[in-house]
Design a protein around this ligand. Structure first.
Ligand code: ARG
Length: 750
């Protein structure tokens, strides 16, 4: 039902009269699935009961879905799923990348060679990694909205909301038993409480070599056809009683409430598929003015900055194995965002998202103007958006270039940590406080320098300072910076050379020498610290206008969404992604990418071999994999297609996901795992802003490829043994001819 309404609404919005296939759009809240989506899902092929997928009283599918974070429950960088009764967790390779890197050295390069624990003892603990399980969620709107008076300014309102949210969350935590958070929905028109159990002892169990887990590298990233085995494996540990506990050797594997069975049966085009996880953020209600701002200010600025930094790092990574490992994770993260922003720019333009938004806004304005009450409430919303976005567009570049100068060069960001110490000296603070600050700085030092290589940072610094200097009006640049630049005749390489030669902040050794005998003077004259302090100071000055406009946009957004919902009372609006648990359902589907370009819905190992390029490490193929392929040694993980034994690698579904969903389970109608979601596709990169039903696909790694790698490449039978594998015997049709009666009967045998 919901889908029909949605289709009507969209047909109305887009002025189209053609029959409309309901899109698989929507990131739905588990709590409402039964009411809003269940009937629809059943029709599409779901066989589980609503209670089996989401229940707060009994164990259900949701209990196998894990939010991954550094410790908190405010945002999840990725999703994982529990796949055994011993807390085994699958996620993406790119989600575990940072941890895989942290355990890697040139001698034990788990990024390059992969890592496999053949027993529990060999599993590697990870500092700063947590797995959160949703216990329950609750609508708390009525504990917040009625307590906000109409006369509050926007910033007073925010402060009040924050106070109540914190109080509600705290109460739900039951003195530390749980972690809780109240999140904002529909731009602040609704609020929901989420209560989690958070486990903090998460160990690395397995990762394929990057030549599998990151096959295709940045070239293939965000694109289909894809041949990446993007998975890694962790295990959740608990204290002896199953309680959440910090890492301790004697901790035991989690006994989960539910774990996902794994299907080796595969799927066909059109088969039902749902994805559960923690999408981070979408902007589906963004207006045409917001899109203008993105295209004119936000995207080009960030693309330029990221580009400068990536290029500088890359040269050093290519030249030195140790540096390649040190910078692997930061580089991958930045490169991923950089390509996303390029793709978004392209998508927003090509798909005329601006025009689509205008159609919605025209309908909204007409509706708003149609009665005095709505006019009073909503009549100016769009105009107000326009004015505030104009301010953002003009203020954003200055703010971001300044933030870039202050934070992007690692030396400045790091030096800035010492400005507090300098302030303490300046204010003649107690020795005790100074000693404490120094102890803290010493604590953080090894961690910073583990992944730091001064020559790479020096080149990045030079490039970034040039970007800054070129884009910011001279009168807004710090005096000290301009003086230095003049001293070096405008040469950024010399400038960088000077700063790095005269600062202590590019060297652990020099800082240690300093901290053993700290002198205020040394800090006060350090060029990196001076620059850092200047840029930080400017940040405060250029932030004001941006902040105000941004807060106003928040207010208009709340009104706009309220108005849209009032305008179409029968339409079910799903909320923007906000790092709370969501479910999206759709089907396995191919697509037409462009005129004359048809993309099938799955790729196979043959494609890995086709793409192989010995001269490019992004397309390196391991010898072992080639042998398995040559012998068609796919074990029970292959599939007969057109009479040939094939190993499927990746496949496409129509699910609606975004960043944060990485690592999410793709689940069939029986509640079994068929894949792990890991990416979106290039043709629909503006998908976070407008879902494109014809073009938008989720890219998943086939679970049979994952198991094939674990089993056949890694030989980790220990892991295969603990999974719950569903492998329905394949039936074959056998013809029997009865010569006497001259009839043919077909029977199926296993
Ligand atoms: N685009 C994927 C995401 O944002 C990340 C893929 C990582 N792979 C890579 N080659 N960087 O979830």
């Amino acid at each position: 039902m919901k889908k029909v309404l949605l289709a009507l609404f969209i047909a109305m919005m887009f002025g189209s009269t053609m029959a409309y296939e309901p899109p698989d759009e929507g990131m739905w809240l588990p709590m409402f699935v039964e009411r809003l989506n269940y009937v629809d899902m059943q029709e599409m092929g779901l066989q589980l009961t609503a209670e089996e997928i989401y229940s707060i009283n009994n164990s259900s599918l949701k209990d196998a879905i894990v939010g991954l974070s550094g410790g908190g429950v405010g945002g999840f960088f990725c999703t994982g799923e529990i796949v055994s009764d011993k807390g085994l967790l699958f996620t993406n390779h790119h989600c575990g990348y940072n941890k895989i890197q942290s355990h890697s050295t040139v001698e034990h390069d788990y990024l390059k060679d992969g890592f496999w624990a053949m027993s529990l003892e060999e599993e590697l603990p990870n500092e700063g990694m947590a797995a959160s399980f949703l216990v329950r969620m609750e609508d708390v709107t009525d504990s917040i909205i009625p307590f906000l008076s109409d006369t509050l300014t926007e910033s007073e309102r925010s402060a009040e909301v924050r106070k109540i949210r914190t109080r509600l969350a705290k109460r739900a935590e039951e003195d530390g038993k749980y972690a809780a958070r109240v999140s904002t929905f529909y731009g602040g028109n609704e609020f929901y409480l989420f209560v989690y159990t958070v486990y903090k002892d998460i160990r690395l169990v397995g990762a394929p070599p990057s030549s599998i887990g990151k096959y295709g590298g940045d070239t293939d990233n965000w694109m289909w056809p894809r041949h990446t085995g993007d998975f890694s494996i962790f295990r959740v540990y608990t204290g002896p009683e199953g309680e959440s506990a910090e890492y301790a050797k004697e901790n035991i594997p989690l006994k989960p409430a539910h774990h996902l069975p794994i299907s080796l049966d595969g799927y066909k085009e059109g088969d039902f598929a749902m994805i559960w996880g923690y999408p981070g953020g979408t902007e589906r209600f963004l207006t045409s003015f917001g899109i203008e701002y993105k295209l004119d200010a936000f995207l080009p600025t960030l693309i330029e900055i990221f580009n400068a930094q990536l290029q500088a790092w890359k040269a050093h990574m290519d030249a030195d194995q140790a540096v390649r490992i040190q910078y692997a994770s930061k580089y991958a993260g930045l490169a991923n965002a950089w390509k996303l922003f390029i793709g978004q720019t392209r998508g927003l333009k090509r798909l005329n998202v601006y025009g689509k938004k205008q159609v919605i806004e025209e309908a909204f304005q007409n509706w708003a103007d149609s009665s005095p009450e709505t006019k009073e409430k909503y009549g100016n919303v769009l105009k107000n958006f326009e004015d505030s976005y104009a301010i953002l567009t003009s203020e954003f570049p200055l703010l971001v270039y300044t933030a870039l100068a202050a934070n992007s060069p690692e030396i400045l960001k790091y030096a800035n940590q010492y400005s507090q110490l300098l302030e303490l000296y300046n204010s003649k603070a107690d020795d005790e406080i100074i000693d404490e600050t120094i102890a803290q700085l010493k604590d953080g030092m090894a961690k910073h320098f583990k992944n730091y290589y001064a020559p790479a940072d020096e080149d990045a610094f030079a490039a970034l300072m040039e970007v800054y200097h070129t884009n910011v009006p001279i009168e807004k640049q710090p005096e000290y910076f301009l003086e230095l630049l003049e001293d070096f005749d405008g040469n950024f390489v010399y400038l960088a050379d000077y700063v790095f030669n005269n600062s202590i902040f590019d060297s652990e050794e020099q800082i240690n020498v300093f901290l053993d005998k700290p002198k205020k003077k040394a800090l006060a004259k350090d060029p990196a610290l001076k620059l850092a302090a200047d840029f930080q100071g400017l940040m405060g000055q250029v932030m004001g206008g941006y902040r105000t406009a941004n807060a106003q946009i928040g207010e208009y957004n709340r009104l706009f969404i309220a108005g849209l919902r009032e305008m179409s009372p029968d339409k079910v609006f799903y909320p923007e992604a906000n790092s709370s648990m969501r479910m999206t359902y759709g089907s396995v589907q191919d697509y037409v990418a462009a005129d004359a370009v048809f993309y099938d819905y799955y790729t196979t190992l043959a494609g890995v071999m086709e793409k192989e390029d010995a001269s490019n490490d992004e397309f390196f193929v391991e010898e072992d994999l080639k042998i398995l392929y040559a012998n068609k040694d796919f074990g029970r993980y292959g599939e007969m297609i057109d009479g040939k034994e094939r190993m499927i690698v990746c496949f496409l579904t129509t699910n609606d996901i975004t960043g944060g969903n990485s690592g999410s389970p793709v689940i069939n109608g029986k509640g079994e795992l068929i894949g792990i979601a890991f990416d979106g596709n290039w043709e629909a990169m503006s998908g976070d802003i407008t879902f494109e039903p014809e073009l938008q696909r989720t890219i998943n790694v086939d679970i049979r490829y994952v198991l094939f790698i674990i089993d056949k490449m890694a030989g980790a039978q220990n892991l295969i043994d603990e999974l719950t594998i569903v492998d329905t015997p394949k039936t074959k049709m056998v013809k029997t001819i009865n010569v006497e009666t001259k009839t043919v009967t077909e029977t199926s045998i296993n």
